[in-house]
Design a protein around this ligand. Structure first.
Ligand SMILES: NC(=O)c1ccc[n+]([C@@H]2O[C@H](COP(=O)([O-])OP(=O)(O)OC[C@H]3O[C@@H](n4cnc5c(N)ncnc54)[C@H](O)[C@@H]3O)[C@@H](O)[C@H]2O)c1
Length: 357
């Protein structure tokens, strides 16, 4: 069968590597506005100069089936829409877009063009998240009524270049805008979406005078269509080590959580308690990577997560099925963060969260 041709725009090359080693796909072009970055990617990926583009419109003229969007978030919607309209399937880095209007345009464009779109929310593919999803689908935790997600990671150097002092694109990204790593897996596990949002967090004491990107911490409360409450905590300037992704889920029959010490040797220590099965909570080593994954699965980023994500996206194209994180789900993981920031700025009010399909 013909191999699907893939183009990659932007910096992180992990996905490009994975498409290169998948037997059903081959990398045929890359694009980056920065000449030096383009050359570095070219060498890493073993491409010819004729396969490299600084101009996105020229890049899109290449005969390709799939475009991977790995540029900063402000470019995601525009580049995804252009790619879809030129007949390419799109795998987009998180988050889907910067505004609610662009999220809606994205959903409409996927519908109009009939191309596949998947949001590369890699935390949905972390091994223990997949185990929890299975457990919830089997009803072992009962009806889920409450969940929390926290992504706390000090990345001040990605907000202001420490050598030049130049402000980078993350200076304009409120921390709660980037909540899909926390909210995404929870919505996926609960098969749900957010209908209302409020949030708190406006002050920037750690890096004052920069912009919304350096708000110390933001916390959002969401209500979902099925009636669950979700709390999300986010900071990108915090004085805290190590960085971590934390999740906890409460159901009518039990609860599960991982720890706040990050992954040590690919393990996050946590608990599982199921009434009727356990006297006391079980202490569990929740795994980042699938211990039974093939060797090549570790060549992508973030354990084995990105390998499985790429595999599912390719399968959805080959079998003409809905990608697991299709545009509706991807936008559902993106919009609540946009609305939550607006709610915080308006004085911690509750706002409706739109859902587009
Ligand atoms: N899923 C994850 O775990 C994860 C981790 C890190 C970053 N990301 C996402 O990856 C994306 C890129 O983040 P980053 O830190 O690599 O950003 P970055 O600022 O390092 O930029 C990435 C590259 O894109 C290029 N670029 C910028 N604007 C461009 C344009 N208009 N057209 C073509 N190339 C352009 C830059 O020159 C750079 O080489 C973001 O969406 C971010 O959210 C995801």
């Amino acid at each position: 069968m013909r191999r699907l041709k893939v183009g990659h725009v932007g910096g992180r090359t992990g996905y490009a590597h994975l498409f290169n080693i998948h037997p059903g796909t081959e990398l045929v072009a890359i694009c980056d506005i920065d000449r030096g970055a383009l050359e570095r990617s070219r060498r890493t990926l073993g491409l010819k100069s004729s396969q490299c583009f600084q101009n996105y419109d020229d890049f899109l003229k290449v005969d390709m089936d799939i475009v991977v969007i790995g540029t900063p978030i402000p470019f995601h919607a525009e580049q995804s829409i252009k790619a879809l309209e030129s007949g390419k399937h799109v795998l987009s880095e998180v988050t889907a877009a910067n505004t609610v209007e662009d999220c809606e345009r994205l959903v409409r464009t996927v519908k109009k063009t009939g191309m596949k779109y998947m949001l590369a929310e890699n935390m949905c593919y972390v091994h223990f998240i997949r185990e929890w999803t299975q457990m919830i689908r089997e009803g072992r935790l009962g009806k889920i009524y409450y969940a929390e997600g926290e992504y706390v990671h000090q990345i001040r150097h990605l907000i202001r270049n420490p050598e030049t002092g130049q402000l980078l694109w993350r200076a304009n990204r409120p921390p709660i805008h980037y909540c899909s790593h926390s909210l995404g897996p929870l919505l996926m596990m609960l098969d749900d979406y957010v209908v209302k949002a409020t949030a708190s967090g406006r002050e920037a004491n750690i890096m004052p005078g920069v912009g919304v990107g350096t708000i110390d911490m933001q916390v959002a409360i969401f209500e979902t269509r099925r009636g669950a409450t979700i709390k999300i905590l986010r900071s990108q300037v915090v004085a805290r080590e190590p960085p971590f992704h934390f999740y906890t889920i409460y159901g009518t029959k039990g609860c599960v959580e991982n720890g706040r010490l990050g992954f040590r040797d690919g393990v996050s220590k946590g608990i599982l308690y199921i009434e009727g099965e356990d006297e006391v909570a079980r202490e569990v080593d929740w795994q980042l990577s699938d211990p039974n994954a093939p060797e090549e699965a570790r060549r992508g980023g973030h354990g084995t997560s990105e390998y499985y994500l790429v595999r599912d996206f390719i399968d959805s194209i080959v079998n003409d099925t809905k990608p697991p994180i299709d545009v509706v789900r991807g936008v559902d993981m993106t919009i609540p963060g946009l609305i939550a920031h607006e709610a915080a700025m308006k004085g911690n009010v509750w706002l409706d969260v739109p859902h587009f399909e």
